[in-house]
Design a protein around this ligand. Sequence first.
Ligand code: ARG
Length: 569
Amino acid sequence: MNQYKEMVAVAIAAHVPEIDMRDISTMIETPPEAHMGDYAFPCFRLAKTMRKSPQLIAEDLSNKITYPDIFEKCMNEGAYVNFFFNRKKLAEEMIDQVLAEKEFFGSSKEGNGKIICIDYSAPNIAKPFHVGHLRSTVIGNALYKIYSHLGYTCIGINHLGDWGTQFGKVIVAYRNWGDAKAIEKEPIQSLLDLYVKFHEEAEDNPVLEDEAREWFTKMEKGDEEALSLWKWFSTETIKELEKIYALLGVKFDYYTGESFYNDKMEPVLRDLADKNLLTESQGATMIDLEAYGMPPCLVQKSDGSTLYATRDITAAIYRKNTYDFFKCLYLTDYSQKLHFAQWFKVIELMGFEWHLDLLHLPFGRVTHEGRRIQTRKGTVVLLDEVLNGAIDRVKEIIEEKNPNLENKLETAVAVGVGAVVFNDLSNNRIKDISFSWETAFSFEGETGPYVQYTHARACSVLRKASEAAIGQSNHLDGQFLTDDISYEVIRQIEQFGDSIVDAKNKNEPSILTRHIIDLAQAFNRFYHDHPVLNAEPKQRNARLALVAAVKETLSTGLSLLGIQAPEKM
Ligand code: ARG
């Protein structure tokens, strides 16, 4: 918990023995307006036991209370006890802390090494990696970093869609119309073309669908020709995927896709049978979920082939046995809600208590020009098109505005990719996003490049100043940072850690994007209003220290979102 909130809780607890200290901490609020102080304790809940009006209790408490000198005063307003920071002290403490902790600022040991499995990205081989998969990738990657910052041990898993009937389709299409050279050259695009072609042809010739099913069954039975084609399609695709991940700076601990569970499903099916959970219908095997208001969970088709759910159930059991996770998070769009609800229920029915630790984190869909992104009809915006488009756009801007910049290419990559990632993460997870080239590439307003530019501006101020004087507490006099504009910046820094915890509790990286936008805006107001390099020596020193603290906080914030913070741009 936030160190200052904790101090408030301790001060209150000394006079309110009837409420548990932990409860008190959760009751403390951050007031919406400055005149209400920096932290507030509402007294409504005490009225009953103390038999006094909440106002009187608040008044009484604020008179009696003793608090540490990081606070300047404590006053009641209505039913609230409001605490006001001593601005000078807070400025000194916060800046010292940021400059000492650097990239660890806002970190904690709350996770105590507990294991969090994160299942994210998971594109389907032989289908494109589209902007819809981008959401899973970047949200998962940000959560990985946020949880790690809070002391959890994360395991990133790419549950690639590398098994299933779509391979039967691609094999049939390849054997009919395929071109090996095209696949080697542009695997994702050529396999997608084959997939689309298959669906076009199958409309007039439904026999193709049967052939596709047969080929997938062959794969499951270990047929050599089927498997070697499958292996080749997968390897070529993964090579291309890795280029995209490299551009995004995303890594996985394991690339254990669906195929990884092919030889692990049988014991699970047996266990399901032993637990009397299986029913048959028209030759297919399923778990009846009617009692839970859900359609049955299909685990085996009549031809013996397994399904997406069979592999998810198997994967969860494997992960629990292998990693003994504390939580296992799954990132997909919300159209898969039922799928997850169904198989989570199956895990529960199997008697595994840890079903409660499986968390589906659905996110909104991405539409493009009002249409859903769909594979079958071939209307997709491919991710590498988007990323390379953004990078090219930034290159042009750099040529125009800052042609002498060193490392132009690296900067263009950092900013172009950062723009796309930030755009994606700044949307509330569950909201649908309509993808537009303009918003994704916008460099003004509440965007990634705006934050990156603010960071680069702070770096440039620091370069110009003499390094030696920055941030040594004996030189830093917080008295020069007590005006409202400077204080707003300090307060944003002070609340940074809370936003990280909040983002983790809600599995919502947009809380952090919001926070660093607010910090960047507060800093730009400060920079606009307060001369730094030309200020009086003591004032200059204090302001420079604040600039340094902002720089550290912004770069830590960006890095927790998986975004680079170039020093020059
Ligand atoms: N491959 C799936 C898709 O693109 C996502 C997989 C998500 N992870 C999982 N364990 N089901 O829709």
